[in-house]
Write a protein that binds this ligand. Structure first.
Ligand code: 2F8
Ligand code: CA
Length: 129
């Protein structure tokens, strides 16, 4: 593991953790402008790595296209998931179409939340070897 100008290396990817807060879409734009995208969590190791930050962060997960059909920003469907208890729940009928990491005391830590909410975020750039 090592880091360079705010980017951190872990398992073939570089990760950027923001210090500002933005909406989900603005967060994604930030990542795309830097040749990255929002984080896609596809292993237990990666989920554990993210939990270490102990912060509430946007991840690259949304069901904006089709309600209830959660997809990663690269268009793939979930293989493993780590939803928190009773999530995703579209809390009290609100439109919660964007994914965040919420409960840092449990491995199951994902929550759906309104995309306009302001959060810090994580970008991921995978290295092709
Ligand atoms: O209890 C879980 C519930 O907590 C909040 O709503 C009260 C979250 N909403 C926001 O953070 C805006 C819900 O997404 C979450 O399901
Ligand atoms: Ca929710």
């Amino acid at each position: 593991e090592y880091s360079h100008e705010g980017w951190m290396y872990f398992n073939n990817s570089f990760y950027y953790i923001s210090s500002q807060e933005k909406s989900w879409q603005e967060s994604r734009s930030y990542c795309l402008q830097r040749g990255a995208d929002m984080i896609i969590i596809n292993s237990k190791e990666e989920q554990e790595f993210m939990r270490r930050f102990q912060r509430l962060v946007w991840i690259g997960l949304t069901d904006r296209e089709t309600e209830g059909k959660w997809k990663w920003v690269d268009g793939t469907q979930l293989t493993t998931s780590y939803w928190g208890p009773n999530e995703p729940n579209s809390h009290k009928g609100t439109d919660e179409d964007c994914g965040e990491i919420k409960f840092y005391d449990d491995e199951n830590s994902w929550n759906d939340k309104p995309c306009e909410s302001q959060n810090i975020w994580i970008c991921e750039k995978t290295i092709s070897l």
